[in-house]
Write a protein that binds this ligand. Structure first.
Ligand SMILES: Cc1ncc(COP(=O)(O)O)c(C=O)c1O
Length: 391
């Protein structure tokens, strides 16, 4: 279905100021998302924060339903937290790792997750093993099968890494995890909002995402999904009076649902902004969003390829809206800054954000241009023209 471009552009006031190709960093929020947050902040200012929360209880509840609808889950399987890192850590550190347990992960794993594996290796003596990718950049599922034994406690994979545009085959990994009854954690931070996500199709037990990237929501909020059947075996690393009830001087009881991964204080304006952003995206249709992103990303890749000095750093031909490249003879930082001065937003992608993959592929600092459905071909043309002037 064709997108209603006039409405989308009218809802995106930031388009008047900048060409925003930093959607993998933080997208431009659409006006309804801003309005929802301002309305709640005004309510807090006029009647009090706790009272505003009570008055908006049903709208706040509805945010859980929106997240659940977005990823085909049940609202009781959703925790809304400060960001994707908190959501991911609450799930990861809730797993009862023992010395000798094995964690299997992927080459393009987000480095914060990898640091947490190293931390768990230091604290509990688990081992970390990386499922290799083939020449084509895709995960070697046959090798993954061979790596499985009873010591594998967790398979943990980033769906779309912060750079390179790669879309990892998480549903294929999930099939293997399910077959062997192994916990499967997916970092969907860069994929939620730019492509359909269905936790049942992926067969994951836990999945995390943030609001500000492809969902076009506010900063400082994210979510964690945990499958209903898995919740009872996960004891969060931090507990409080929201996640648990104190039963006696010596006992507490955890909540039975995913809110056991939350804590009491929350930014309700951001939470409502997240709900509005998800409803906005669902209204456009995630499939429609994905189609438009792919059209624009292919157009941008094609135009970049026509410029001789540019080296596109892509892994696999399973690509999305994130494009990373370097330019012969030019530091990526200089280009990102020069573009910014010309009101074109990209970002710098440093090798240590996906260290294993960057080391294997000898990646330098990269320029990351990440497109969204509200961008257009005209913006790509201006971007390309500006780049040519700069190099
Ligand atoms: C793949 C991936 N996972 C996790 C994160 C962390 O998200 P947050 O900053 O919301 O904690 C990022 C942020 O860039 C990311 O790219």
């Amino acid at each position: 279905m064709a997108l209603d471009k006039a409405k989308i552009y009218a809802d995106s006031p930031g388009k008047k100021n900048v060409i925003h190709f930093n959607n993998a960093g933080a997208s431009l929020m659409p006006r309804p998302v801003l309005d929802a947050q301002i309305a709640h902040l005004k309510l807090e200012t006029s009647i009090g924060g706790y009272e505003a929360m009570a008055d908006r209880a049903s709208q706040i509840d509805a945010v859980y339903a929106s997240v659940a609808k977005l990823i085909n889950a049940d609202p009781s399987e959703i925790a809304i937290v400060e960001n994707a890192t908190v959501g991911w850590a609450m799930a990861f550190y809730a797993i009862d790792f023992k010395a000798g347990d094995r964690i299997l992960t992927v080459e393009a794993e987000y480095v914060s997750n990898y640091i947490a594996y190293l931390h768990m290796a230091r604290e509990k003596g688990v081992s970390i093993e990386v499922i290799p990718s083939g020449e084509d950049g895709n995960i070697r599922l046959d090798i993954l099968e061979d790596m499985i034994d009873e010591k594998v406690k967790l398979i943990s994979a980033t769906h779309v890494p912060t750079n390179s545009g790669l879309v990892n085959a998480v549903a294929e990994i999930g099939k293997i995890a399910k077959k062997h009854n192994i916990l499967f954690l997916v970092d969907a931070c860069q994929s939620v909002g730019q492509m359909p996500i269905d936790v049942d199709a992926i067969n994951c037990d836990m999945l995390t995402a943030t609001s500000r990237k492809y969902l076009r929501g506010p900063r400082g909020v994210g979510f964690l999904y945990v499958r209903k059947s898995v919740i009872p075996q996960l004891h969060p690393p931090i507990v409080d009076l929201t996640s648990a009830t104190c039963k006696s001087e010596t006992e507490y009881e955890l909540r039975p649902d995913a809110k056991r991964f939350e804590n009491w204080e929350s930014n309700y304006a951001s939470k409502l902004g997240l709900g509005t952003a998800i409803d906005y995206a669902l209204n456009i249709g995630i499939e429609n969003i994905q189609v438009r992103i792919n059209v624009l990303a292919n157009y941008l890749r094609e135009k970049l390829t026509e410029i001789g000095q540019i080296n596109l750093h892509t892994i696999s031909n399973n690509q999305c809206g994130i494009i990373t490249f370097s330019i012969k003879g030019h530091a990526a930082t200089d280009i990102v800054n020069a573009l910014r001065e010309r009101h074109i937003n990209t970002s710098l992608s440093e090798p240590n954000s996906t260290l294993l993959d960057a080391t294997k592929n000898n990646l330098p600092n990269l320029i990351r241009a990440s497109v969204h459905y509200y961008n257009d071909e005209n913006e790509v043309d201006i971007f390309i023209k500006t780049l040519k002037e700069l190099i």
